[in-house]
Design a protein around this ligand. Structure first.
Ligand code: COA
Ligand code: AMP
Length: 632
């Protein structure tokens, strides 16, 4: 027997030395209507294409092939909703039939291959079915997270110009009902693109009013729908668009292709997550995020596992034992969540007393992602749960993990604070600002050699140039991840921070630039900056710094109250923007760049040095005093 990691290392080396051979082999685990004729098309860098000439259908791979292949009566999806006190489960056969009917309902609206459909729905089974139904028709879905405001939804409507919006009347948060319909109506009103049709699923927790002539009731519409068959699409055709924060208020539509994605997910279920087909796998994210797309919906189903759709929180629904209850009740072998969820549990049940109430004998691995797995949280989970805790590194752009510990190969030792080693096809380097490779242990920009492996984003929706400029230009031949970190002597990768204006609030990715656009729109604000400051529970929270226009004499608290409300209304509650400080001026370099990084260090009580290029060193002292006052 070799040392731990030998199998991984050999496999990883092969994926880099012979990418086409490696991925052609993995593609055999997927059903193709037409076999690919060109595994990798490198003719037009940085636009690489996987599995050219191939045709397939993602919904067929997720459902029909399992129904036909002996899993018809196995559970495909378990819906567990403590917020509505309900549970439902669906076998592969039932799920396939429901999805085929919904696909028929969608097709009856004239939606077909290549058309876009926005899905603005909470964590209910119909949302999963809606995604798969679009895939069945070859239509491109774009799921919008429920915690966003109408304006965010409107900008997505304008960018992807959907023929149809699928929605539900409301979402259920522990403390309130989120009425989706007024937000949707407002968004449609704001958008330039006119949405011709809305189909709405009424939930008893909050029924919606319909717009005559535009809106259809889901239950009525699906009743007479003719089940639709799977439509083969090109491997390179988009399966979905998922918007993520850009540097401005204009979101970036990350495109996911069909063939590469199916192949990569299938590979990862077995080798990264160590799942066996038929086992129960639980990703406690939201279908509005990439993690939810890949590991609540497509990954587990393509692989023939049982997936859990959880409409609840780690704490308060009803208590900090909620995760253990779900794992034990459904015999989940893995849980995939964000460290913030564990910090919330740890805060309420520091000794893990609730863990002991449940039989967790099927539970093998905890997977963390979405933000850095901070060592105290990882250690706490490892000790109290007695399982391996694997932190793995992800981005909406990449569709699956860039780095991880491969539980289905020969798992390697876990190093606290590290996301372990690169996934197949990922060749990572740490680069300095001139693009030179740095030494092991040195922190720099994390960049990946092109081409990226299958499943990663081939482009941005309608924005090839933005894709090129934003990701592929600064370091020629590389994908710039936007994260900074280091690689140690054993090849383990640690992801420390973002290098751009993205902040990570409770595992949600937000752009400070986008929040600044909202603050800057306030009548009394002359100038502003937003920084992410450390927060024990959420990792980071945004803090606004406002410079008021000369002559404004309203109390600071009133203006702060206004901007807090504006961010909630324009970006959504998920931005978690709760505080801002009025200051006299902002620290800037002589060329006028706001020194956000230095302010962040001051706010977090970290050591900082006076930047040599600062315009007026006294400003940082003023900022430090204002921040201190805010904290005390
Ligand atoms: N629809 C509407 N509003 C939502 C929402 C949704 N789907 N999700 C969150 N919100 C609201 C919350 O109600 C809250 O509103 P409030 O300010 O009125 O209280 C606000 O957005 C902030 O929510 P959040 O920061 O998410 O806190 P929370 O207490 O609702 O949930 C966690 C805490 C840990 C459960 C949650 O942050 C979480 O699941 N994070 C992980 C994210 C993730 O999965 N990332 C992907 C990598 S795994
Ligand atoms: P998103 O696109 O919403 O999935 O957010 C991606 C960003 O989250 C990454 O660029 C990182 O900054 C951060 N992130 C995700 N997973 C990890 C991780 N395991 N460790 C550190 N940061 C992470």
């Amino acid at each position: 027997m070799g040392a731990a990691g030998d199998t991984y290392r050999a496999l990883h080396a092969r994926s880099l030395n012979d990418p086409e051979g490696f991925w052609a082999e993995q593609a055999k685990a997927i059903d193709w209507d037409k076999q690919p004729t060109q595994i990798l098309d490198s003719a037009n860098p940085p636009f690489y294409r996987w599995f050219g000439g191939g045709e397939l259908n993602a919904c067929h791979n997720a459902l029909d092939r399992h129904v036909d292949g002996g899993r018809a009566d196995q559970l495909a999806l378990i819906y567990d909703s403590p917020v509505t006190n309900s549970k439902q489960s669906f076998t592969y056969r039932v799920l396939r039939d429901r999805v085929a009917a919904i696909a028929g309902m969608i097709a009856a609206q004239g939606v077909g291959k290549g058309d876009r459909v926005i899905i603005y729905m909470p964590m209910i089974p119909e949302a999963v079915m809606a995604m798969l139904a679009c895939a069945r028709l070859g239509a491109v879905h774009s799921v919008v997270f429920g915690g966003f405001a109408a304006k965010e939804l409107a900008s997505r409507i304008d960018d992807c110009t959907p023929k149809l919006v699928l929605t539900a009347s409301c979402g259920v948060e522990p403390a309130r009902i989120v009425q989706y319909k007024p937000l949707l109506d407002q968004a449609i009103e704001m958008a330039t693109h006119k949405v011709p049709r809305v189909i709405l699923f009424q939930r008893p927790q909050g029924e919606a009013t319909m717009v005559a002539g535009r809106d259809l009731d889901w239950s009525e519409a699906v009743k007479d729908a003719k089940p639709a068959a799977c439509v083969p699409v090109a491997a390179t055709d988009p399966l979905y668009i998922l918007y993520t924060s850009g540097t401005t208020g204009y979101p970036k539509g990350v495109v996911r292709d069909t063939g590469g994605y199916c192949v990569a997910l299938q590979w990862s279920m077995k080798n990264l997550y160590g799942v066996k087909p038929g086992e129960v796998y639980w990703c406690a994210s939201d279908i509005g995020w990439v993690v939810g797309h890949s590991y609540i919906v497509y990954g587990p189903l393509i692989y023939g596992a049982t997936s859990i759709l959880y409409e609840g929180k780690p704490v308060g629904t009803p208590d900090a034992g909620a995760f253990w209850r779900v794992i034990s009740e459904h015999k989940a072998m893995a849980l995939f969540t964000a460290p913030t969820a564990f910090r919330a549990i740890k805060r309420e049940d520091p000794d893990g007393k609730l863990i002991k109430k449940y039989d967790l004998s099927h539970f093998r691995t905890l997977f963390l992602a979405g933000e850095r797995g901070d060592p105290p949280t990882v250690e706490w989970a490892m000790t109290l749960l007695g399982v391996r805790v694997v932190d793995h590194w992800w981005q909406t752009e990449t569709g699956w993990a860039i780095c991880g510990n491969f539980e289905g190969l020969d798992p390697m030792p876990v190093k606290l604070g590290s996301t372990s080693v690169p996934s197949p096809g990922w060749k990572l380097d740490v680069l300095d600002e001139n693009g030179h490779a740095m030494k092991p242990g040195e922190v720099g920009a994390l960049a990946a050699r092109l081409p990226l492996p299958p499943g990663t984003f081939p482009t941005l929706w309608n924005a090839d140039e933005r894709y090129k400029q934003g990701y592929m230009t600064e370091f020629p031949g590389y994908y710039k991840t936007g994260d900074a970190g280091f690689i140690d002597d054993d090849g383990y990768v640690s992801v420390m921070t973002r290098v751009d204006d993205v902040i990570n609030v409770a595992g949600h990715r937000l752009s400070t630039g986008q929040i600044e656009e909202v603050l800057g729109a306030h009548n009394d604000v002359a100038e502003c900056a937003v920084i992410g400051i450390a927060d024990e529970l959420k990792g980071q929270v945004p803090l606004g710094l406002l410079v008021l226009k000369t002559g404004v004499n309203r109390p600071d608290e009133e203006i702060v109250g206004d901007v807090v409300k504006m961010v909630r209304e324009r970006i959504g509650p998920v931005a978690f923007f709760k505080s801002a400080l009025v200051v006299q001026r902002l620290p800037k370099t002589r060329s006028g760049k706001i020194l956000r990084g230095t302010m962040q260090k001051i706010a977090d009580n970290q050591p900082w040095t006076m930047p040599a290029t600062i315009e007026d060193p006294a400003v940082l002292g003023e900022i430090a005093t204002a921040m201190k006052k805010e904290v005390t």
